[in-house]
Design a protein around this ligand. Structure first.
Ligand code: XIL
Length: 456
């Protein structure tokens, strides 16, 4: 898609959300600051990676920075469909293997990118449809994942399958037109071919809680509840001059579904805020225990696909920019350790329950549940009455034996029995009839009665 479209970013408050660290999660010390991005990220068990291009590996400045700073690599183009299967059934891995071998030589993780994407399809696939295309897609996934079997840390199995804007729906493409189950079919094929690789869904414009990220969230929740093999969600994070205030909360709500999250293609338009935005993204990942690493989409500004925007951490000559220093400092300031020691694994899904909004107050709340044996995720919709709301509080009662384990887009007081949730800074103000959502994950069973809502 054209870059212009990608850059219609919401200019929301850029204050980083407060960092809540669960008592059981270790926080790394800051005594010994590491001096490279990779080593600094490794202090909390994370990686710091770069997208790299096979054609640049002969550039000594480029490879010097690469070898020094990064402990993960992603092929910028070399493992895409047009590169790996230029004509049907003929697979070419020369450049993909160059990236892989560069990663291996550095002792780095290699992220595979991307098995299925509606862009950079080879010409022969672009003109296919129906069963023939579905078979070709699955063969492609199987062949490429098999070629790289055991070597890839995480695969972007499906890239950019959701539409922009308010629909929260799938994007139209010839892939989508083979049937709505194409994504889960691809994940199953990838798991069968390379059981060791983490399998990710990857997309952009998902940098906060919005219709698109919620559509993806619902898909991941559905996949987890039905046992479709998905391990991670990639947030590309091609950012403009702002970052949504709920960037971290959005990562957290995905993590709370039981998947890892990764920042996969970070770059930020140069401007007054570039260094701060880079630091905010870094701190958000460090605060989410299942955020396993960050990848920037290129090394020097001159390597970037965003020509003229200077969105990376090194200038054209390979010098460290202010954004580099802010990322390094944020990494060295520490964070929760990763990966999270415990993760939910929904096994026996129950149909989602829903209660209707409570009428009469200045706001009302309704809950929908996604439950499994031993746990649940509750999504609570808060609706303002006929007057605007300047802050809200939702109270609900949990059955005995149940407890809140994490909350997003609200803060809770109490974790058992009667629990109260208060808005956070960015979602307290609602227009008359306006709606916002927050959620929490818990052990045991979810609330059964309609929550009470009171408005400020
Ligand atoms: C971009 C590459 O950086 C360019 O070199 C190429 O011409 C187009 O693709 N989302 C993705 C990446 O998932 O694969 C894209 O990479 C950038 C947007």
């Amino acid at each position: 898609m054209p870059l212009l479209k990608r850059n219609r970013f919401l200019l929301l408050a850029s204050a980083a959300a407060g960092v809540v660290v669960a008592a059981s999660v270790a926080v790394i010390g800051t005594a010994e600051a590491a001096s490279t991005l990779g080593a600094s990220a490794a202090q909390s068990g994370r990686y710091f990676g770069a997208a790299i291009a096979a054609g640049r590996l002969g550039d000594a400045t480029y490879t010097g920075i690469l070898n020094r700073e990064f402990n993960s690599v992603t092929p910028e183009n070399e493992m895409k469909w047009d590169a790996t299967e230029p004509s049907q059934g003929r697979f070419t891995y020369t450049n993909g293997d160059r990236i892989l071998n560069q990663g291996i030589s550095m002792g780095a993780k290699v992220r595979g990118h991307a098995l299925l994407w509606y862009q950079q399809e080879p010409g022969w696939a672009q003109s296919m449809s129906g069963t023939a295309l579905r078979n070709a897609m699955m063969n492609h996934v199987t062949q490429v994942a098999t070629h790289y079997k055991g070597k890839i840390y995480a695969w972007d199995v499906v890239n950019e399958a959701f539409a922009d804007g308010g629909s929260g729906a799938r994007r139209d493409s010839n892939l989508q037109r083979t049937g709505n189950d194409w994504i889960e079919a691809a994940f199953r094929a990838a798991r069968a071919a390379d059981p060791a690789a983490k399998l990710c869904y990857n997309d952009y414009n998902t940098d906060g809680v919005n219709a698109k990220s919620t559509g993806i969230y619902n898909m991941v929740r559905d996949f987890k509840s039905r046992g479709v093999p998905i391990d991670c969600v990639g947030f590309q994070s091609h950012l403009g001059t702002g970052i949504p205030g709920d960037y971290q909360a959005n990562l957290q709500r995905f993590a709370d579904l039981g998947v890892d999250v990764q920042i996969t293609e970070l770059d930020v338009a140069q401007g007054g805020n570039q260094a701060n935005i880079y630091a905010s993204v870094t701190r958000a990942c460090l605060a989410v225990s299942r955020c396993t690493g960050i990848t920037v989409w290129g090394i020097r500004d001159s390597d970037s696909w965003r020509t003229g925007e200077n969105p990376l951490l090194f200038d054209n000559s390979g010098n460290k920019k202010a954004a580099y220093t802010s990322v390094l400092n944020a990494l060295n300031a520490g964070g929760t350790t990763s990966p999270s020691p415990s993760s939910p694994s929904p096994s026996a899904p129950s149909p989602s329950a829903s209660t209707s909004p409570q009428p009469g107050g200045a706001c009302s709340a309704s809950v929908s549940l996604n439950s499994w044996n031993g746990g649940f995720v509750a999504t609570i919709k808060v609706t303002a009455g006929s007057a605007p709301v300047n802050g809200w509080t939702v109270s609900l009662s949990l059955p005995s034996g149940s407890a809140v384990t994490s909350t997003w887009s609200a803060t809770n007081s109490g974790t058992t029995g009667n629990v109260t949730f208060r808005n956070v800074s960015y979602n307290g103000q609602l227009a008359a009839g306006g709606v916002t959502e927050f959620g929490f994950q818990g052990t045991g069973t979810g609330p059964t009665a309609t929550p009470a809502c009171s408005a400020a």
